[in-house]
Design a protein around this ligand. Structure first.
Ligand code: ARG
Length: 544
């Protein structure tokens, strides 16, 4: 079935004789109408006066069966007022249809996110990453992509020799077995604080041993790898995040060696006097960088090149990396090199800014990182303090608050995270969305009938209906722009509309017709917020 926007776009195309796309159809302020089309651009293409053109076609457009009235406004706006019964039916049909009408697509898309490194707990940078990556995998799936989410672990390279070396020097098997992550991280920090040149050299030797397949080195490496994954799995489970597959830099370490040989043959890379291999970019577009060390080991970048090719061979049509903006240059270099290799898998760095916590609101654990699970613990603790209404929800509310705070700001921007703002029940927050959703559910629980469109919509009801109608385009937009904030901000605006409806329009105490019509709106609101929250990875509760 065609959407209203599609029908308007094709009708306008026909009437004015210029190509009009769905994206040209706007949502004006409620007082101006339900949909709008600015004629100005088409008019200038056609060499006509915009206002004149708008007036010329408005009458014919009014003849469309679902259009009640078309106004011409300003320099050349066509404002469409729809037949409200038709509009309502259309909105409710969409909301009630599976996945709001989104159809499966053929595109196989890879969504890579989280990717923590070995022997370290996840930190607050991973918090934003996890929120964004998980929401994006949900959104992409919802709009119909065949999504594979991947956790590409940082499990290869010089750092890992360091942990082995430190373990052999200071480590204890008992302490490791007791609390693996704490022990590994302690060793890591100690090495950082105390290592001299000799230690560093010895640590490098261990890294080389892993690459060369030395038995003891590989065994310890495996032990640390598994312990890291086990530890992180608890955080993912708590955040309700699932990956379709777990890989790691180690998986492509061998292919990275092949890539280097191939790059040398093709003249993409060059060998330096000391035996290392580097790449230079045309016109010094990006700084030149090394892809193989003189000791023969590969680098983060070389492994990423091998990995793009692997994904291309696996048949992916799109390749998304959710990685912080600190790595912008890395991905620019990577994509440039991939192109030179003739790899044509469309790849995108879905970059995002920093998350800053309020000064002094968390003490960073030794090693100067703020651990992801400490932030979540704190959110849950705070949620239980303010909430205090029903026990058992504070985990969901605390997590909801943190996730919303991470997702509601557009990803390119940094976030200033304030505990009070994040955990409020008023306004722009996770708990506010969860609360509005449960408030509507409690109306439905008390109702003895299902909603039905009857009688005339009041102004408040119609505003809510219009807001609800925006849901498919908001989700589609979020998918296209890889921007969960579009869904988050939409839900916040929707809840605001719902709450003013709630205060102005009694539902269960209203006359039969009004009650049924309002119930229908409340049902639709619950469907949209249940789904929307799920797309953000936030739990929709039954009551709060
Ligand atoms: N493990 C890396 C880090 O912690 C992130 C990996 C991002 N993904 C990639 N394909 N480079 O910085």
């Amino acid at each position: 079935m065609k959407s209203i926007k599609q029908r308007l776009a094709s009708e306008i195309t026909e009437k004015i004789g210029a190509e009009v796309s769905v994206k040209d159809i706007e949502r004006p302020e409620p007082e101006h109408g339900d949909f709008a089309y600015p004629v100005m651009k088409a008019a200038s293409e056609l060499g006509e006066n915009p206002r004149g053109l708008a007036e010329e076609v408005s009458g014919e457009l009014e003849d469309m069966d679902f259009v009640e009235k078309v106004d011409v406004a300003g320099p050349g706006y066509l404002n469409f007022h729809l037949d409200s019964d038709f509009f309502a039916q259309e909105v409710f049909d969409t909301v009630e249809s599976e996945k709001f009408g989104f159809q499966d697509k053929d595109d196989k898309i890879l969504v890579e996110f989280s990717c923590p490194n070995l022997a370290k707990p996840m930190h607050i940078g991973h918090l934003r990453n996890n929120c964004l990556g998980d929401s994006l995998q949900r959104i992409m799936r919802f709009v119909g992509y065949d999504v594979t989410s991947e956790n590409y672990i940082g499990d290869w390279g010089t750092k890992h020799g360091q942990v082995i070396y430190a373990f052999k020097k200071w480590g204890s098997r008992e302490e490791f077995d007791e609390n693996p992550m704490e022990h590994m991280y302690k060793l890591y920090v100690r090495l950082h604080d105390e290592a001299d040149e000799e230690d560093k050299e010895k640590a490098r030797e261990w890294s080389k041993k892993i690459e060369d397949g030395d038995e003891e080195a590989v065994e310890l490496w495996k032990m640390f790898r598994e312990a890291t994954i086990e530890y992180n799995k608890e955080d993912y489970e708590r955040m309700d995040i699932e990956f379709d597959r777990w890989t790691g830099e180690s998986v492509v370490a061998e292919e990275a060696q092949e890539i280097i040989e191939e790059g040398l043959e093709k003249g993409i890379f060059e060998r330096d006097n000391d035996g290392s291999v580097y790449v230079e970019f045309e016109d010094e577009k990006y700084p030149s960088t090394i892809v193989k060390r003189s000791d023969g080991s590969t680098l983060y970048l070389s492994r990423d090149i091998a990995n793009i090719r692997k994904r291309e061979r696996e048949g992916f049509d799109q390749n998304l990396y959710i990685v912080a903006n600190e790595q912008n240059l890395h991905f620019q270099q990577l994509f440039e090199i991939a192109e030179e290799f003739g790899i044509d898998l469309p790849s995108e760095h879905v970059s995002y800014g920093m998350l800053h916590l309020e000064e002094g609101s968390m003490s960073s654990s030794k090693g100067n990182i703020i651990k992801l699970d400490d932030v979540i613990d704190k959110a849950v603790e705070k949620a239980s303090e303010i909430e205090g209404r029903s026990v058992g929800n504070s985990e969901a509310v605390g997590l909801g608050a943190v996730k919303y705070a991470n997702l509601s700001v557009s990803r390119s921007k940094d976030i200033e995270f304030s505990w009070d703002e994040v955990l409020t029940f008023e306004g722009d927050s996770g708990p506010y969305l969860q609360y509005s959703n449960t408030r509507a559910k409690s109306i439905l629980r008390k109702a003895s009938e299902d909603g039905e469109v009857k009688g005339e919509f009041t102004e408040e009801e119609y505003r809510l209906l219009r807001k609800i109608s925006e849901v498919p385009e908001k989700i589609e937009n979020a998918a296209e722009e890889r921007e969960p904030a579009k869904v988050a901000n939409y839900l916040s605006a929707l809840c605001e509309e719902f709450n003013s409806f709630y205060h102005s329009s009694p539902v269960l105490d209203a006359d039969e017709e009004d009650m049924l019509r309002r119930l229908k709106l409340v049902e639709a609101f619950v469907d949209v917020t249940d789904t929307g929250l799920d797309l953000l990875g936030i739990e929709a509760l039954e009551e709060m």
